[in-house]
Unconditional design. Structure first.
Lengths: 209, 101
């Protein structure tokens, strides 16, 4: 109804195997594809690296919530991380020029943080993050981050929020369409049994047709 | 001045009047863009169908993104959560009501 094609579900590991198929069927009835996503929240680099080793192969999309600058630097540099996001309500986290230069994946702007904001400070912070992202041509992903149907907004509304926060029309449109789609496609390919490493793919075995 | 017509779907558990809807939209615009923004957007509710929870609102073409953003940030009316989903945008009401191909 809202105009989406795919949805990334943040499913806790304990119920991933049990509920992922049921949830996928529910969304398929509404004409939506589903991908699994994990949000990692860590307090230090060791914890983050441990979690990445453990969960990278189980989920289609791996995102890291940056709670401090050290974790943010590691998450931005690590190629296993698809998306990093910073809580705009936390005071000690900033998307700096250094992080923008290190970032391999994409920076996510979660609309739910802005909807649930308590002051205009969160908007101001998001605008500053977008200005840095624009300057360094960082890939940006705009997402709803919704936990209930009342928090769902249409893609054109999310695109407009991106424009209002300082992204260009084109960047904002890519942030809700082609960039998330490319992350999903590359990760699905990476998780396929034919994938060996980046640029190397199994096309056939000796003796097979 | 050219206009843009928005077809919006309102997700709200209680009965919603036209007055409440336009007030919530205007409050969100004023909070985000101020009185000057409100004047430049020139918001008007064209029609509201409470049974289908659908409304048509109109604004100035140049302020389309501002109105979309303001509608995104409408979160609650009198403490009850609400969602305003923009379904379609068009330059004419006729185009807005035309069925999708």
């Amino acid at each position: 109804m809202a105009g989406y094609r795919s949805v990334a579900l943040t499913i806790p590991t304990a119920i991933l195997n049990e509920y992922s198929k049921t949830l996928a069927q529910c969304f398929a009835k509404a004409g939506l594809e589903t991908v699994s996503r994990i949000d990692l929240t860590c307090s230090n680099r060791y914890e983050l690296l441990k979690l990445l080793r453990r969960f990278r192969n189980q989920y289609d999309v791996v995102s890291v919530k940056c709670t401090n600058q050290n974790v943010a630097a590691i998450a931005c540099r690590d190629r296993r991380v698809d998306i990093v996001f910073l809580d705009p309500n936390s005071r000690n986290m900033k998307f700096t020029h250094t992080l923008a230069r290190l970032l391999n994946g994409a920076l996510e702007l979660n609309l739910s943080f802005l909807l649930n904001r308590e002051s205009g400070d969160a908007l101001n912070k998001a605008m500053r993050h977008m200005a840095v992202a624009r300057e360094h041509r960082v890939k940006v992903v705009l997402s709803s981050g919704c936990t209930s149907p009342k928090m769902v907004r249409s893609p054109m509304q999310i695109r407009a929020v991106g424009v209002t926060l300082g992204l260009s029309e084109a960047q904002s449109a890519e942030a809700i369409s082609s960039i998330p789609a490319s992350i999903i496609v590359s990760n699905l390919e990476r998780r396929s049994p034919l994938y060996i490493e980046e640029g190397v793919r199994l096309v056939g075995r000796n003796g097979s047709k | 001045m050219s206009k843009r017509y928005f077809m919006v779907r309102v997700l709200f558990d209680k009965q919603l009047t036209e007055q409440h809807l336009i007030e919530a939209m205007a409050a969100s615009i004023t909070k985000l863009f101020g009185e000057v923004g409100m004047a430049s957007i020139n918001l008007r509710l064209v029609r509201y169908d409470s049974e289908r929870s659908e409304a048509v609102v109109v604004c100035e073409k140049a302020t389309t993104n501002q109105l979309l953003t303001a509608l995104t940030f409408v979160r609650e009316i009198e403490g009850a959560p609400i969602s305003i989903l923009v379904v379609r945008i068009s330059g004419t009401i006729k185009g807005l009501l035309k069925p999708k191909k």
